[in-house]
Design a protein around this ligand. Structure first.
Ligand SMILES: Nc1ncnc2c1ncn2[C@@H]1O[C@H](COP(=O)(O)OP(=O)(O)OP(=O)(O)O)[C@@H](O)[C@H]1O
Length: 271
């Protein structure tokens, strides 16, 4: 299931005023507003909403360099989906055609991986180069991305901010909390201390991490990292504002056949 919309438009108002009590508070508010606007432009790019993307860029042209926690820019998002108008608008505002995400993919590598032919042409006409793991001029055939090294996803526990965090769910071996990581809300599955030494629990946790590391799909919750070298063991994924499919089924009951087919198509969509 895809993640829900980003922070409300109200959050995007420029924060801070001359009456702010301290510079630190103003800085924090500014940082929060920047994170909100970053989420918004990425969201509108994902939704193919050119008017909204243009409006944000007119208000703040620096947003053309916005990046999420995977260093993915709005142009990566537009390229993957093949949204030509959005890509053109971003390029007009000076987007870096060869920006590289966390996996070193350029927008062109994404467009090639997703076989978005018009997008490939557009990006090439602006000097787009294909390097990264999805596609490459040097690799005639697409190759599956190599598994990231552990050091790419092992998260330093002190980077997780549990201030004002709350429990959003319970699993068999632990609880799921909403927390913040690098300025972004995340869901943290934390194994209960009482089970941290249980061999079966540790094995299950490792299996889940090994599986999640291999998955990268816009409609499957994104694995961000894990804490495996210290206790409590933790698994960090993107935070779904609307909860997961399980919660949706619990709250709303059985899906209509059409909704079930749409969910299945979303999950199995080849990107
Ligand atoms: N990424 C997320 N964003 C928001 N809510 C989440 C997220 N992950 C889990 N939850 C909430 O926590 C509940 C339990 O999560 P989940 O089923 O993943 O736990 P689990 O430990 O895998 O459970 P079990 O091991 O019993 O299957 C979900 O139904 C949902 O309400």
């Amino acid at each position: 299931m895809s993640s829900d919309t980003p922070s409300s438009a109200a959050d995007t108002k420029t924060a801070g005023s001359s009456s702010s009590s301290s510079e630190t508070t103003t800085d924090k508010q500014k940082e929060k507003a920047r994170v909100s606007r970053t989420s918004l432009i990425l969201w509108h790019a994902h939704q193919n909403d050119t008017a909204a993307v243009r409006k944000l860029l007119e208000e703040d042209p620096s947003l053309v360099r916005a990046m999420d926690y995977d260093n993915r820019t709005p142009l990566h998002v537009a390229s993957l989906h093949g949204w030509i108008d959005i890509a053109q608008c971003l390029i007009d505002f000076g987007a870096d055609v060869n920006a590289q995400d966390r996996w070193k993919n350029t927008p062109l590598a994404d467009a090639e991986g997703a076989k978005k032919h018009n997008m490939i042409e557009l990006l090439k006409s602006y000097g787009g180069l294909s390097y990264g793991q999805n596609g490459s001029h040097y690799e005639p055939k697409p190759v599956p991305p190599p598994l990231p090294n552990k050091c790419d996803w092992e998260i330093e526990p002190s980077e997780l901010d549990f201030t004002n965090s709350n429990i959003i769910g319970k699993g068999s071996f632990g609880e799921i909390l909403k927390a913040f990581w690098r300025g972004t809300p995340v869901a943290v599955k934390r194994i209960l201390p009482s089970l941290s030494d249980d061999r079966m629990v540790i094995q299950d946790f490792r299996h889940e991490v090994i599986l999640l590391v291999k998955l990268r799909h816009p409609n499957i919750v994104q694995f961000l990292g894990a804490v495996t070298e210290r206790k409590p063991l933790m698994l960090i994924t993107e935070y779904l504002r609307g909860g997961d499919l399980h919660q949706h089924l619990k709250e709303k009951g059985a899906l209509s056949p059409l909704a079930a087919i749409n969910f299945a198509l979303d999950i199995s969509r080849y990107i």
